[in-house]
Design a protein around this ligand. Structure first.
Ligand SMILES: N[C@@H](CCC[C@H](N)C(=O)O)C(=O)O
Length: 289
């Protein structure tokens, strides 16, 4: 079967977009993994099926059709489902705009619920929803709630203290100790998180560069190390604000990732916005086996 696709990225977090506007495809995990395979397929950190919300197979998603015409059906490169993808929302929105299917501001449906998107100059801005601590009491009393062990960290054998945050999908944020070089951490294997998150976790490693500026590397659930993660940069900014003593801080933080720079706006009520670029790289046709 011939399958049209578009390849795109947001700060080099790259995706294979599959337009399936009327929801006729039922992609298996193996088909997704092959599309995302960088040697045998097109290659990407994830696969995004673009579907009319009303045609989504899941009843809870289809129920959002009155508020959002389009559903971002996001899959990780290993074929697993994920609730949300921040960088993916910008690439998804950019494809919809190119095709004349949306205006300058609209909502989309995701497995984490509705997300509002708007175009602002060269950037796409996504309202990423409301974040929460996985264990608010422990976070507030200890500052941390888990430990992360990286298999091959330079000079470091001790696990790092970390904080579990939920932004629709699960994250574990590590504030790197001063003596650890962010670029020295090797993330070829998934970091071990303790206690083990029931649905797995994306793991972010954060270094403060100065007021309002941090850098981050990430190991994504279902993928491996990626060059950016939109939900990840948001929780990195939230964790940084929390550790600096102001859990309900508002304002903008710039986050540098290997694939570029993103801006996170911390809003009242534990809401957060993400602003950054999105690029559509190529269109083509592949074969679905
Ligand atoms: N790259 C994404 C996150 C994609 C999903 C993640 N791997 C998960 O399993 O939760 C982003 O930009 O947020």
């Amino acid at each position: 079967m011939n399958l049209p696709f578009t390849k795109g990225h947001g700060t080099e977090n790259d995706f294979v977009l599959i337009p399936d506007l009327d929801g006729e495809l039922d992609l298996t995990p193996a088909q997704v993994a092959l599309l995302a395979d960088r040697q045998a397929g097109i290659g990407g950190d994830g696969v995004i099926r673009i579907v009319r919300t009303a045609r989504a197979a899941e009843a809870d998603i289809a129920a959002l059709a009155d508020e959002a015409e389009w559903f971002m059906d996001y899959r990780n490169a290993d074929g697993s489902l994920a609730q949300m993808c921040g960088n993916g929302t910008r690439v998804f929105a950019t494809w919809l705009r190119r095709e004349g299917l949306v205006g300058e501001s609209f909502a989309i449906a995701t497995r984490a619920g509705l997300r509002r998107i708007r175009f602002e100059g060269d950037d796409v801005v996504t309202h990423m929803g409301t974040w929460r601590f996985v264990d608010e009491a422990k976070a507030q009393s200890q500052g941390f709630d888990s430990l992360v062990h990286v298999d091959e960290a330079e000079d470091i054998t001790e696990p790092y203290s970390a904080l579990s945050l939920d932004l629709g999908n699960p994250h574990t944020v590590v504030a790197l100790p001063e003596n650890v070089n962010l670029n020295g951490i090797r993330l070829r294997r998934p970091p071990a998180v303790n206690p083990v998150p029931p649905e797995g976790s994306n793991v972010e490693f954060v270094r403060v560069l100065g007021p309002g500026r941090i850098s981050m590397r990430v190991h994504e659930r279902g993928v491996g190390e990626t060059r950016s993660c939109g939900t990840g940069v948001c929780v990195a900014a939230i964790g940084t604000a929390f550790w600096s003593g102001d859990v309900d801080a508002t304002g903008e933080m710039t986050v540098e990732v290997p694939g570029g720079t993103l801006r996170v706006r911390l809003l009242p009520g534990r809401e957060v916005e993400l602003a950054g670029p999105a690029v559509l790289v190529a269109d083509g046709t592949t074969t679905l086996v």
